[in-house]
Ligand binder design. Structure first.
Ligand code: ARG
Ligand code: ZN
Length: 866
């Protein structure tokens, strides 16, 4: 039965203190827990604790061991009737970390012990009220043989030594009360990179990043990102770190990106380790943002946590908002915004259009793990961005200050968060709250009427949100629309609003329709609306065909300049895919693209984004029922036209941006590399000996992984023997580097050539492939299903069958990761009916399989119903 938000009840018991004692052995770890409990609800009610896969050895209340009949143990719970109002509970259980391939709770990675508890993994470690609104102070003791010399947990190290049996032990204490999902433990052989940070108030914090032996040089960038994050949070939000020690550990086997455990963040090594030879600029960028994200959770997530899992966006949406603001400060606002919006549209807009659409704050779920979604994270961040736009930066900061002051040390709700902003701004935010409760992407329409005689421009905004599963009727939402005007040359056109001169304004669409009149508009205007993507909506307008070219050439808002190019490209590709190519339009686009690429005033990073055509997945979302083969062919045709038309420009950009000297991961250098590689990719749309030689030369001469992958990518697009031998060369060089080999697998998964699926299927039998390692599984299988639409959507359904087989196989040992593979099949209604039917048939085949996990059952059944 689903869990519902409306069923929330405060915990029946609170835990003040927890003492955990781990006797660490891979196949049989003993966990003793001593909980100081206090009744919080109804007198006389029994104590009920969560637990899964635990072998219970003993249970005692206030020092008295309970007999078998004095408590009830079920598959997921332990119930003790007749407990006093305050007492000490002691339990001992045995667990098997070595057998734990679900990578939830305590498990082994690379021979080391590590944990992942969010959301509900702590219950596989010990009996406990596993819910985020029970906050306790943890003391953790652990003992292990010498094979596991480093013994880490949350908070401060209290004591280390050797016991009477000669084994090592360590005791940790975390002074900050926390929910058990923030508990962490790591034990093993690790190298450390150490540094320190002096907080704004002058406290010295030790910083340590722990990595596999020999890898500490690769932690330097993460350490640097950490120090910048700590400073930034002080400056932007007034938030200082609170303990004397902050640790990060990198592990290879991890179900997702990283985890914000108090004082002991645990990272997927792919989001932590980097050096120029093995990591791309994109890796550096993601490391910087994820290190910041997890660090920022210390205040938004840990000091203030969620009352229940329906409030997940309270910490995730807010923390993504914070990490995006940090990245914008580090790497440039416009470029960062474009990247964030691309990701939002690719993942969240697609989610909103499919059977898995849900509100930023859902109202029911079967497995909370299935709700770590783009909607909760990315749309959750957009909602906060809109809030800031609506009430202004100053009121926003005041509201955050109030939130930190009022809720520090508590578990709370989205309502309580929004109330802080309503209070400081004096605004009624009740209509705004619907952004949290309503699923779906609003469609906003803009119509404008300019009267040359009076210089008046009347702008009318209307909205409508399509129905989503379970939510047929939609309310109108407040939509902040930032807009400005351009003249026919693309120059900023000033106007007046309520008697004040302005270059730009914020119009808030409230209710179904809002109308504003700008005056003093002296020449025919081009309206540049939704600047900076001021709201997560789909905007359409009555703009004339030429307006987008005006914007592409000169919009002062770089986001909209980029957007204009994307829209032109999208329409051209879809026209061709629909059998009505616009050859004249394509030539005009190529011309305009050439001018934009030659514009000396704009940055390489921006040009690289401009040059990238909308992805096949974006185009599929924009043209239901989608025909992936037609989209692929049409997109190829436009790429070919650009390659022919822009040959000289592209060659010049590829060859002219070489950076001599030492590698630097900074944004400007990365931007130059991005443009060089984008230009090469564009050239590779037209195969030939010359471009093959260029790509091969680029690959062989590369002194960093970004350029090596750029060369390999172009060779893949060109195909043939040069690609095969480069792949072999790459593997020979990197076979002992798992993170680099993940790239090798992922690249082949993206190969658009006709026999790609056979190759991908063959790679699942490659000696380096291991489905038990999520990074490797995602590199091959998830990349194929999500980034290779032309081959995934093979006419005979073989791509779908391949994915379904993988989901079934992985679900036997890792339900969380298996469930994450379901999404590409879930969008079956959006595809050509014959393809959709084949996708659906695979979902039905999965649904009919015996012993499916609840994770997969929930997603597959929603995908079939939706
Ligand atoms: N809180 C972690 C983060 O955003 C992610 C945890 C994901 N947990 C899960 N069960 N999917 O950084
Ligand atoms: Zn997070």
């Amino acid at each position: 039965a689903p869990i519902r938000l409306t069923d929330y009840r405060p915990p029946a018991f609170l835990v003040d203190e927890v003492h955990l004692d781990f006797d660490l052995k891979p196949e049989a770890t003993r966990v003793k827990a001593r909980l100081t409990l206090r009744r919080n609800g109804e007198t006389g009610a029994p104590l009920r604790l969560d637990g899964e896969r635990l072998k219970t050895l003993s249970v005692a209340v206030d020092g008295r061991a309970l007999a078998a009949g004095e408590f009830t143990e079920e598959a997921h719970s332990l119930t003790i009737p007749g407990v006093p109002d305050a007492f000490v509970l002691e339990t001992e259980v045995e667990i098997n970390p070595a057998a734990n391939k679900a990578l939830e709770g305590l498990y082994m990675s690379g021979g080391r012990f590590c944990t992942q508890c969010e959301a509900e993994g702590f219950r596989t470690i010990t009996w406990y009220p596993d819910r985020p609104d029970v906050l306790a102070r943890f003391t953790v003791r652990m003992t292990a043989d010498d094979s596991w010399p480093r013994l880490l947990s949350n908070g401060n190290l209290v004591e280390t030594g050797r016991g009477t049996d000669g084994r090592r032990y360590a005791v940790w204490n975390d002074p900050f009360p926390k929910p058990c999902y923030l508990f962490a433990l790591v034990a093993g052989e690790l190298d450390e990179l150490a540094d320190s940070f002096v907080t704004a108030s002058g406290r010295k914090v030790e910083l340590k990043v722990f990595v596999d032996p020999g890898m500490s040089a690769r932690a330097a960038y993460a350490m640097d990102a950490l120090k910048r994050s700590m400073r930034w949070d002080e400056e932007a939000f007034g938030r200082e770190y609170d303990l004397d020690l902050f640790m990060i550990v990198a592990v290879r086997d991890f179900n997702f990106g990283a985890m914000e455990n108090k004082g002991l963040n645990i990272f997927n090594s792919s989001l932590l380790l980097a050096d120029p030879e093995t990591a791309t600029d994109l890796d550096y960028e993601r490391i910087e943002s994820v290190v910041a994200h997890e660090y920022f959770h210390n205040w938004t997530g840990n000091r203030i946590t969620c009352r229940d899992w329906f409030q997940l966006c309270l910490k995730e949406g807010l923390t993504v908002f914070r990490d995006q603001a940090f990245s914008a400060d580090m790497r440039g606002e416009a470029v960062q915004r474009i990247k964030d919006v691309k990701a939002l549209r690719a993942r969240q807009f697609a989610e909103d259009q499919g059977p898995l659409a849900h509100p930023v704050r859902p109202s029911s779920y079967l497995k909370i793990d299935n709700f770590y979604t783009a909607t909760i994270y990315e749309k959750g961040a957009e909602v906060i961005r809109m809030l800031k736009a609506l009430i202004g930066a100053q009121a926003f900061r005041k509201g955050m200050d109030l939130y930190f002051e009022r809720w520090d040390g508590h578990a709370t709700t989205v309502e309580a968060f929004i109330a802080c902003f309503a209070e400081v701004s004096g605004r009624d935010l009740s209509a705004f709250f619907a952004w949290y409760e309503q699923a779906g992407t609003p469609r906003v329409r803009l119509a404008s009427r300019w009267t040359p005689e009076t210089g008046e421009l009347e702008i009318t905004l209307t909205q409508r949100t399509p129905a989503t599963p379970g939510q047929a009727d939609k309310r109108a939402l407040p939509v902040p629309v930032r807009l400005g005007l351009l003249d026919a040359e693309g120059r900023t056109l000033a106007f007046e609003l309520d008697g004040e001169a302005a270059d730009e304004t914020l119009v808030v669409l409230e209710g179904e329709e809002t109308r504003v009149t700008l005056t003093g508009v002296t020449s025919r205007p081009v309206v540049s609306a939704l600047r900076g993507f001021s709201a997560p909506v789909e905007l359409s307008s009555d703009a004339r065909p030429g307006d987008r070219y005006v914007q592409l050439a000169g919009d002062a808002d770089l986001f909209n300049r980029w957007e204009a190019g994307q829209e032109v490209a999208r329409d051209l590709i879809l026209a061709r895919a629909g059998g009505a190519p616009d050859e004249v339009g394509e030539e005009r686009f190529a011309e305009a693209m050439g001018r934009a690429l030659n514009d000396q005033a704009s940055e390489p990073a921006f040009k690289a984004l401009l040059l990238a055509l909308p992805t096949e997945s974006d185009l599929a979302v924009a043209s239901p029922p989608a025909d992936p083969a037609a989209i692929h062919a049409a997109r190829q045709a436009l790429r070919l036209r650009l390659a022919v038309h822009l040959e000289d420009t592209l060659k010049r950009l590829h060859l002219g941006l070489q950076d001599g000297g030492e590698f630097s991961p900074d944004a400007a250098s990365a931007g130059r590399r991005a443009l060089r590689n984008a230009a090469l990719e564009a050239l590779a749309a037209r195969p030939g000996a010359e471009v093959t030689a260029l790509a091969e030369g680029h690959y062989r001469a590369a002194s960093n992984m970004t350029d090596a992958m750029g060369g390999l990518n172009a060779l893949m697009l060109l195909g043939g023997g040069a690609f095969t031998s480069a792949l072999e060369d790459f593997r020979a060089r990197w076979k002992d580097e798992p993170l680099v080999m993940d790239k090798w697998f992922a690249l082949q998964a993206r190969d658009p050539s006709p026999d790609a699926l056979d190759k991908v299927a063959a790679l699942t039998a490659h000696p380096d492939f291991d489905a038990r390692v999520p990074n490797r599984l995602r590199a091959l299988v998830a990349t194929f299903a999500s980034a290779n639409p032309a081959r995934f959507h093979a006419e005979d359904g073989s791509g779908y069958r391949f994915l379904a087989d993988q989901i079934l196989a992985v679900d036997r040992f890792n339900p969380m990761t298996a469930a994450r593979l379901v999404e590409p099949l879930g969008s079956w209604r959006r595809y050509r009916p014959d393809l959709g039917a084949r996708m659906k048939a695979e979902l039905e085949r999965i649904a009919a399989a015996p012993d499916l996990s609840r994770n997969v059952v929930e997603l597959v059944s929603r995908a079939l119903e939706g």
